[in-house]
Design a protein around this ligand. Structure first.
Ligand code: ADP
Ligand code: MG
Length: 270
């Protein structure tokens, strides 16, 4: 495996990536790009290799091929934030959200209290994802959507140039998912990171993403969502006629939300 710099237009370029686990091919000759400043969505059926592709980027899975990364700070390594698909932990852990966020920063044992500096940082990060009310909640008591917000706050703490989200809406209800989507749009505008996410909701992808990679072991198609998510591609991906995307209903430029998929919500339980 190797990684080096890509061109200015793309923050990431996957070049001919192959992954095999136990002699089974998981990814085959994946070549794709993540344009700088984009919201790039990866779509594909279960088992398509979406999570595996993200893990190659994070250096968590051995691969063959090349991944080119481009940091705007040319001399330094690309900073990446990651919100995983699942977080498996013991729900009985007597750990508050504040303590969870301070672990990894604080040298002093958390049981002796969280230092003021780390508490202030945690509050700021939680505020940015509208979840500062969760500071003293027990981690194990959080709903799926609340936990995703906490993980997003942690990822933002990395000040990422690239934010990676793996099925961030799984375990979140439809209205919660809309709130999350809108929140990410706001955060991306404010912090100017590039977003790479795995999404199942094709309506969200057509209305919000600017670039899409259709993956089923290999790349089936890649480009702007309204052109790329054609009936033919969706049939190849999911094996059935989806009929969800009306190509003529969307402009060739980035489609803006018509409000039906992303209306303002204040549901803090999202
Ligand atoms: P997706 O995220 O698209 O649902 P994954 O990347 O999680 O798919 O998995 C792709 C395929 O690779 C699946 O068939 C999965 O069972 C297999 N796979 C993933 N990780 C491992 C592993 N560590 N060992 C064996 N098989 C794996
Ligand atoms: Mg996955």
């Amino acid at each position: 495996m190797s990684a080096s710099h890509t061109d200015d237009a793309n923050i990431i370029q996957f070049q001919d990536i192959n992954v095999s686990i136990n002699k089974t091919d998981i990814l085959k000759r994946v070549t794709a790009r993540v344009p700088k400043g984009s919201w790039t969505a990866i779509v594909g059926p279960n088992g398509a290799g979406k999570t595996t592709l993200l893990l190659t980027l994070l250096g968590q899975v051995p691969y063959q091929g090349k991944i080119l990364k481009h940091s705007q700070f040319n001399s330094s390594e690309l900073s990446i934030g990651y919100v995983p698909q699942n977080l498996n932990f013991d729900r009985n852990l007597p750990l508050t959200v504040l303590e969870f966020m301070a672990i990894g920063h604080q040298r002093l044992p958390i049981s002796l209290g969280v230092r003021k500096k780390y508490k202030e940082e945690a509050v700021e990060l939680l505020k940015s994802v509208q979840a500062d009310n969760l500071l003293y909640h027990k981690l194990g008591d959080l709903s799926g959507g609340e936990l995703k917000r906490v993980l997003l706050a942690l990822a933002l703490g990395q000040e990422p140039e690239l934010l990676i989200l793996d099925e961030v809406s799984s375990g979140v209800d439809v209205s919660g998912s809309r709130v999350f989507c809108e929140l990410l749009d706001d955060l991306r505008r404010k912090h100017k990171f590039t977003q790479l996410s795995v999404n199942h909701d094709l309506s969200t992808v057509t209305h919000h993403a600017t670039h899409v990679i259709c993956l089923k072991q290999s790349v089936i198609s890649e480009g702007v969502p309204n052109e790329t998510l054609s009936t033919e591609t969706l049939t190849k991906l999911f094996g059935i006629h989806m009929g969800l995307v009306n190509k003529n209903a969307l402009s060739s430029r980035r489609a803006s939300c018509d409000g039906s998929c992303c209306k303002k919500e204040t549901d803090k339980n999202a």
